[in-house]
Ligand binder design. Sequence first.
Ligand SMILES: C[S@@+](CC[C@H](N)C(=O)[O-])C[C@H]1O[C@@H](n2cnc3c(N)ncnc32)[C@H](O)[C@@H]1O
Length: 241
Amino acid sequence: MSILSRSQQQVREHYAQVALSAGQGQCAERGCGDALSLACLQPGETVLDLGCGCGSEVLQAAGQVGSRGFVFGLDMTLEMLSLARRRAREQQVDNIKFLVGMIEDIPLADASVDVVISNCVINLCDDKPAALAEALRVLKPGGRMEMADIVAIKPQLSPPLLTRAAAIIGCSNGVLLADDYFNLLIKLGFYQPHIEPYRTFSFAYIKRKAVVRNRENHLAGLDAVVFDEALAAAHISGRKP
Ligand SMILES: C[S@@+](CC[C@H](N)C(=O)[O-])C[C@H]1O[C@@H](n2cnc3c(N)ncnc32)[C@H](O)[C@@H]1O
């Protein structure tokens, strides 16, 4: 794996702690959406889960694609992957493989998967265009990407304040504006891209989260009106032509 940037190291250390404090067979922190049910997986498909964490979606997907299908889970945090591998052994699931690596540099061949899923991870990536370009590269022609991610839905928010607000709700490493996300998918070559915010975050929720997560210092400078409903969990999809 390539040398990690400072922000990647912080994300990795955070999720290593999450994995180490997770109870037997469960992860302490889950993603923001349900990419898996959107993906409508079919028997025999090959699937890749970007930022698979402790493997919950990979294990479920393995059941959906069946013995003729295969599921890869990719994550940069070894502690998460060892939890995922242990769960796979315990559940005796063998049509899966967990890969250590970066989403920005996926260790799979071009056009090798039918479906890319990801649950609230692209916002954690340093280089979001590279991550999405890699997702497109590994998809087979006609393949589909179905993800959940955090996006900004109010324009002209200050990027540092936006990052701080997003960090309160989910350890974010920079959030894209929904329109910019859409334009990026078009520019990269995704066919029929779609961005659908399905849950907005009120400022009251952000404040509550800051207290629960001991991150009240992140609230400094966040205007209650400006940051009310400024962030959303969204479904993001697109196809490879
Ligand atoms: C919010 S958790 C999501 C886990 C899982 N998808 C779920 O919903 O339970 C984020 C995961 O993404 C991984 N991750 C974050 N940035 C990554 C990157 N650039 N490359 C690979 N993995 C990354 C973290 O190690 C962590 O396990």
